[in-house]
Ligand binder design. Structure first.
Ligand SMILES: [Mn+2]
Length: 448
């Protein structure tokens, strides 16, 4: 049976397409992560094919400051992707034609502007449709020939980790259509990273393997223990070698406290993008590296399929993967600070706060408590948080907890139940930590 797109969403999307068709110049705003860059690339390519002019701007987050930037645009038509859910009321109050394609938790419904969000149709935007999913659905509503862009949408899905427990909701629809049309292929995954083993085991943070990731001698020893030639790559492994190496990795991950569910998530299915000749996760990392390194324009042209940009982005990715793994080794050495109901770290020296937060939650942290990462290098202090499914089952909702805790100390926060962010004034850090502990305590006790 084929998945269907809710008719209310289709109506909103064709309304959005009509609005956009009526303009010659469109301003795109999107998020700077892999999903946001994917979404912006899909929109940009769609507009280019329609012969429209456009400009794209990426934001690290949508806050009051960036909202002022949006308000001061000279464009008569605006498309906002992977952002906007928390500013619908303010966008509604603007004069321009506005289309918002987001998947973050709903605060309010739109009165005037055109707003599509999986949550509005009873679909979970945290797991079953991301910014790039919404952008693609808009794109194919504009024109059916845009189905090739489903490949870019998969980079967004992978970037927001919506594929780790299997695809669902709107993403399933994208896979069905992508497969049928010959653009996407689904393949089984592994705990072993793809590519040259000496290089990729050194760089891996997915999983982060203590004593192996970021440790050349550790990588060599692991391969020796598995009886595998150090020059081999994942594709060269015999079935026997693959089994041996993956069980040695599983043993180490278990020793560092990783849950079996997390290991299954790492051995998730992979999505091969046939037209682009690469894995969705690879494209996702390239786009993520571009966006986060301040090369958003290059990221968008990479997402639009420009080979040179993809290659330059891949170089950025290798450098940032190395920085990331070495920072993770350092964080692992220092350990996480424990509070009653969460654990936290300070990554002010390195950045990578959100990524380190996700890796430590999954690979080295106490799986029973959410992990909070903090970057105090700028004002306001930037915060990330990650939870686990087992915590959500116990009542944890990080979207609410981060919003309330940040608001209490004069900051802003929000996101998804399992992953949320925020910003707070630097002198309020201690107070924030206390307030957050109290909110999490309430969430846990009220669900019992
Ligand atoms: Mn997203």
């Amino acid at each position: 049976m084929e998945t269907e797109v809710p008719s209310k969403l289709l109506t909103t999307l064709s309304h959005a397409a009509d609005i956009v068709r009526g303009h010659d110049f469109i301003q795109i705003y999107s998020h700077y992560d892999a999903d946001g860059v994917s979404a912006a690339s899909i929109i940009a390519q769609t507009l280019l094919r329609e012969g429209k002019e456009f400009r794209a701007t990426l934001f690290t987050t949508l806050n009051d400051y960036n909202m002022d930037i949006i308000r001061s645009t000279k464009a008569d038509c605006i498309i906002i992707t992977d952002l906007g859910a928390s500013y619908i009321d303010q966008l509604d109050a603007m004069k321009q034609d506005i289309v918002v394609l987001d998947h973050h938790t709903i605060i309010s419904e739109a009165q005037r502007i055109c707003y599509a969000n999986p949550h509005l149709y009873g679909i979970d935007g945290m797991t079953s449709g991301c910014g790039a999913t919404m952008a693609l659905l808009f794109s194919v509503t504009m024109n059916e020939r845009n189905w090739d862009l489903v490949q870019v949408a998969f980079a967004g899905i992978a970037g927001d980790r919506q594929h780790i427990n299997g695809l669902s909701g709107l993403n399933t629809y994208l896979l069905e259509q992508g497969k049928k049309r010959g653009f996407v292929e689904e393949m089984p995954g592994s705990l072993i990273p793809a590519g040259d083993l000496m290089t990729q085991l050194f760089l891996t943070t997915d999983p982060y393997i203590r004593g192996v990731s970021g440790n050349e001698a550790g990588v060599a020893k692991l391969l020796d223990d598995a009886g595998i030639d150090r020059g081999k790559s994942y594709m060269d492994l015999t079935d026997d070698e693959r089994r041996k190496l993956s069980s040695l990795i599983a043993v180490r991950l278990t020793q560092q406290g990783m849950l079996e569910q997390s290991m299954n998530e790492i051995a998730r299915n992979r999505y091969y993008l046939k037209g682009l000749g690469m894995d969705a996760e690879y494209l996702s990392s390239v786009l993520n590296s571009c966006g986060r390194s301040g090369f958003g324009g290059m990221g968008i042209s990479a997402g639009m399929g420009d080979r040179k940009s993809i290659e330059l982005g891949a170089n950025l990715m290798k450098d940032s993967d190395k920085d990331l793994v070495l920072n993770m080794v350092e964080l692992d050495r220092k350990g996480l600070n424990q509070r009653k109901h969460f654990q936290w770290f300070d990554s002010s020296d390195s950045g990578f706060t959100g990524m380190l937060c996700g890796i430590s939650m999954q690979c080295i942290g106490d799986p029973n408590k959410p992990t909070i990462g903090m970057n105090r290098s700028k004002e306001p202090v930037n915060l990330s948080s990650r939870g686990m499914w087992c915590q959500l089952d116990k009542g944890i909702d990080l979207a609410v907890a981060m919003r309330e805790a940040c608001n209490t100390v004069g900051g802003d926060g929000g996101g998804h139940r399992i992953a949320a962010g925020g910003s707070i004034p630097s002198e309020k850090v201690e107070e924030f930590l206390d307030v957050l502990d109290g909110i999490l305590e309430k969430q846990l006790s009220s669900s019992m």
